[in-house]
Design a binder for this molecule. Structure first.
Ligand code: HPA
Length: 274
């Protein structure tokens, strides 16, 4: 089936449940599903009920789309994302972003859990992604590989301006008002699911990354393909240092839980003013 047809089918299935027309799409990362639990008049739709959607298999990720109002803004929230390491194609990983666009979203806000590559950044810090290095994409696992639908976006979309400057400024203004640390940095995406070796971490640092993770870059690429404005924020859930202690999934989830009030308040205020 054509991609646009699949998007329409998913949109119609969602529209059959709610007439809400979201303006902002929100993707919640590992351990962060609860960031947007406080939607007003929420309609919650399991992925299983949406044609074209895969299922989320990772612990710490739910598998549902929630539509409702957050601080007065109509939003659609993806609670639980699809990862390439789960075995999904890059097209499956990014399909929810396509559907957000089909529903009318102009803005996508992505969150994720990431390993901090800088020794001076403690666990719990937030990082606004200013740029990414999409290693699987550079190696050919790219969501835009294959025929291009010119009605959705260009064959060769630029990525120099992938992360919206105005949304970045807004995020920093809100963080300052809240007294929340928000750093700027470059996110490198690796396929996973192994955490990095010391050599891989040194490489990530050498190529200019500040945080490492296993998501987000493909979704950003697809959002930009369709002209949506993007804000992405990483929660540093662990320090990923060549001479540090090994990362584990439990500490990633724990850091997400700890950061929830702070990260949730920041996200909601950004949404209110976006
Ligand atoms: N590496 C890769 N992905 C991650 C990490 C990490 O250290 N922490 C959270 N997601």
């Amino acid at each position: 089936m054509e991609l646009r047809e699949e998007m329409t089918r998913a949109r119609e299935a969602i529209r059959a449940r709610t007439s809400l027309q979201p303006r902002i799409g929100i993707v919640l990362g590992s351990g962060l599903s609860a960031l947007a639990d406080s939607l007003d008049d929420a309609t919650v739709i399991p992925y299983a009920d949406i044609p074209g959607f895969a299922r989320s298999t990772v612990h710490g990720h739910r598998g549902e789309l929630a539509l409702g109002h957050m601080r007065g803004q109509p939003v659609v929230v993806q609670r639980g994302r699809f990862h390439f390491y789960e075995g999904y194609s890059m097209q499956q990983v990014t399909f929810p972003i396509r559907v957000m666009h089909a529903l009318g979203c102009e803005i996508v806000i992505l969150t994720n859990a990431a390993g901090g590559l800088r020794p001076d950044w403690p666990v719990g810090d937030l990082m606004r992604i200013t740029d990414h290095i999409f290693l699987p994409g550079m190696a050919g696992h790219h969501p835009l590989r294959g025929p291009n639908d010119d009605q959705l976006g260009p064959r060769f979309p630029p990525m120099l301006d992938a992360y919206d400057a105005a949304l970045g400024h807004l995020a920093h203004a809100v963080a300052q008002e809240h007294g929340t640390t928000l750093r700027d940095g470059v996110y490198v995406m690796l396929a996973g699911p192994t955490f990095e070796t010391a050599g891989e971490l040194r490489m990530c640092r050498t190529i200019g990354a500040d945080a490492v993770g296993m998501s987000t870059a493909p979704e950003v690429v697809v959002a930009r393909h369709m002209g949506m404005r993007v804000l992405a924020i990483s929660l540093i859930t662990n320090q990923a240092l060549p001479d540090g202690s090994p990362a584990n999934h439990a500490e990633v989830l724990e850091a997400g839980e700890q950061a929830r009030p702070r990260f949730g308040a920041l996200l909601q205020e950004i949404v209110a003013r976006a």
